[in-house]
Design a binder for this molecule. Structure first.
Ligand SMILES: NC(=O)c1ccc[n+]([C@@H]2O[C@H](COP(=O)([O-])OP(=O)(O)OC[C@H]3O[C@@H](n4cnc5c(N)ncnc54)[C@H](O)[C@@H]3O)[C@@H](O)[C@H]2O)c1
Length: 438
C-alpha cells in the first residue's frame, strides 16, 4: 500500500518511518526544502532515539522517500496523512488550523485517485468536517474520486516515539464510512496481527479522545504537583504519597512524578485548545481551566524556589545559577513550552547570571534564552555556580560526580526539580539540597 505523510516533523517522520517498517511504500512530504534535503542526506531534523537507524534501513530498502512536491508525493497513495503542526493561535489559544486547511486544499487540488485523507495532527472536534468540505470545494470529488476523511490521532511520546508507535496502548480511528475503515485496517494491518487494540469510533469522538487524553494526563501531573506543595508544608513526602495512591489500580502510578510543571509541544497547547472548544460549545471544562492556570504559574514559581536558595529576590542579584537540562523532558531536543524557559527568565529578571547545559537541546534553546550562557558539558556549567538546578532528568545528571560539583561550584547548593537524588544522601555529602514535595 502506498502511504503519503504531509508534514515530516516529529509525528510525520516517526509515523512515516514506522509505516515503511511495516512494509508500506511511504513518501514523507514537507514544504521545508532544507528539511527534505537533509533527510535525503540521512540527517535527522530532530533528536529521537533510534530514528536515524529506522529511517536509514527503510530508505535503503526502497520503502521510504522524501519530497517537497505534494502532487507527486500523494500520487497513487491510498492513505494521505496530514501531520502538520496545530500550534496555539496567537492571542486566543484556539488551535491554529491554517496549516491543516492549507494541506487539505492542496491535496484536494492535486488528488488523482481514490484516497482516504487522515488527520493525524491533533485537531479540535469538527475539523474533519471542515477538511471534508475543503476537499469537496477543491474539486477532488467532482473529478470522480472517492474520498473519505478519517481521524487517527497520535499518542506517541517524544523520546520513546518509535516504541510507542509500534506497540501502542491503542489505535484510535474515527471514520464515518466503510471505505475509510477498510483502508485504515490495511494501514495498521501489522498491528492488527499483533493484537494491538484498535478502537473504531465516529470522527468527532476520535478528535475529542486525543484532547481528553492529554487533558487527563495534564490533570494528573498538576494534581501531584499541588500535592507536592502541600507535602512541603505538612512534612510529608510526595514520592511516598504518589506510591501510596498509585498502587491503587483505579489511579495507576504513571504521571505521578512531581516536578516543575508540564511543558512540551502538546499538553500546554492542547489543554488551551480544549478550553476553547468547550467555550465555543458552551460546556465549560473548569477542571482543565484550573489545570492550565496552575501549571502556568508553577513554572515561574520554580524560578522563585531557586531564588530563595540565593537569599531571595534582593540577594540573588549578580549571583550565578547553573541549569542542568533545558528540554521539557529527557531524550528529546524539543524545547517547545519547556519549563526551563520560564525558570531561566525568572532568574534573569532577578539579575542572576545563568549558565546551562543540555545533552541535546541547546541548539533549540539558545534562541529562546539568549541571555543564558550555553556550556559544552555539565561541569563547565557548574563552574562558579552559587546554585545548581536540575531542571530535566537526563540520565547523565543522575550520577553526577558530587565531589567535583562541590569543588567547582561556588557553594554546595542543589535544587533538584525532578527528585532524582535522595535528601539524606545529599545532606551527608554536605549539600544544601532542595527538591520538590519532600
Ligand atoms: N510532537 C509530539 O509528540 C506529538 C504527539 C502527538 C501528536 N502531535 C500532533 O501532531 C501534529 C504535528 O506535530 P509535530 O510535533 O510533528 O510538528 P512539527 O512542527 O515537528 O512538524 C510539522 C511539519 O509540517 C510541515 N508543514 C507545515 N505546513 C506544511 C504544508 N503546507 N505542506 C507540507 N508540510 C508542511 C512543517 O514544515 C513541519 O516540518 C500536531 O498537531 C501535534 O499536536 C504531536
Amino acid at each position: 500500500m502506498k502511504i503519503a505523510l504531509v508534514g515530516s516533523g516529529y509525528v510525520g517522520l516517526v509515523s512515516g518511518a514506522c509505516f515503511a517498517d511495516f512494509g508500506h511504500d511511504v513518501v514523507c512530504i514537507d514544504r521545508d526544502e532544507d528539511k527534505i534535503a537533509r533527510l535525503r542526506d540521512g540527517i535527522m531534523p530532530i533528536y529521537e532515539p533510534g530514528l536515524d537507524a529506522l529511517v536509514d534501513s527503510n530508505v535503503k530498502a526502497g520503502r521510504l522517500t522524501f519530497t517537497t512536491d505534494l502532487a507527486e508525493g500523494i500520487k497513487d497513495a491510498a492513505a494521505i496523512f496530514i501531520a502538520v503542526g496545530t500550534p496555539s493561535r496567537r492571542g486566543d489559544g484556539h488551535a491554529d488550523l491554517s496549516f491543516v486547511y492549507a494541506v487539505a486544499k492542496e491535496v484536494g487540488e492535486h488528488l488523482a485517485n481514490d484516497a482516504v485523507v487522515v488527520t493525524k495532527s491533533t485537531v479540535p472536534v469538527g475539523t474533519g468536517d471542515a477538511v471534508e468540505r475543503i476537499l469537496a470545494d477543491s474539486g477532488a470529488v467532482e473529478r470522480g474520486h472517492r474520498v473519505a476523511v478519517v481521524s487517527n490521532p497520535e499518542f506517541l511520546r517524544e523520546g520513546a516515539a518509535i516504541g510507542d508507535f509500534k506497540r501502542p496502548d491503542r489505535i484510535v480511528i474515527g471514520a464515518e464510512d466503510d471505505f475509510g475503515r477498510e483502508v485504515m485496517r490495511e494501514v495498521y494491518r501489522p498491528l492488527f496481527l499483533n493484537e494491538s487494540p484498535i478502537l473504531f469510533v465516529n470522527r468527532r469522538s476520535s478528535e475529542l479522545i486525543k484532547y481528553a487524553a492529554n487533558a487527563f494526563l495534564a490533570t494528573k501531573i498538576t494534581f501531584i504537583n499541588e500535592m507536592a506543595d502541600l507535602c512541603e508544608k505538612v512534612g510529608a513526602d510526595v514520592q511516598d504519597v504518589a506510591r501510596g495512591i498509585g498502587m491503587d489500580n483505579r489511579i495507576g502510578s504513571k504521571f505521578l512524578h512531581a516536578g516543575p510543571g508540564y511543558g512540551g509541544s502538546c499538553f500546554p497547547k492542547d489543554t488551551l485548545a480544549l478550553l476553547k472548544t468547550a467555550e465555543d460549545y458552551d460546556s465549560p471544562t473548569r477542571i482543565v481551566e484550573a489545570v492550565s492556570k496552575v501549571n502556568e504559574s508553577r513554572k515561574r514559581a520554580m524560578g522563585r524556589k531557586v531564588l530563595e536558595t540565593l537569599g531571595g529576590q534582593e540577594d540573588a542579584r549578580g549571583k550565578r545559577a547553573c541549569l542542568l537540562g533545558l528540554t521539557f523532558k529527557p531524550n528529546t531536543d524539543d524545547m517547545r513550552d519547556s519549563p526551563a524557559i520560564a525558570i531561566a527568565q525568572t532568574l534573569i529578571d532577578a539579575g542572576v547570571n545563568v549558565a546551562a547545559y543540555d545533552p541535546e537541546g541547546m541548539d533549540q534553546a539558545a534562541p529562546l534564552m539568549p541571555q543564558v550562557e550555553m556550556k559544552d558539558d555539565p561541569y563547565a556549567a557548574i563552574d562558579g555556580a552559587d546554585v545548581v538546578v536540575i531542571v530535566t532528568e537526563w540520565n547523565v545528571f543522575r550520577a553526577l560526580d558530587l565531589g567535583r560539583v562541590k569543588q567547582l561550584a561556588n557553594a554546595p547548593v542543589l535544587v533538584d526539580l525532578r527528585n532524582i537524588y535522595r535528601p539524606e544522601e545529599m545532606a551527608a555529602q554536605g549539600f544544601t539540597y532542595t527538591s520538590v514535595g519532600r
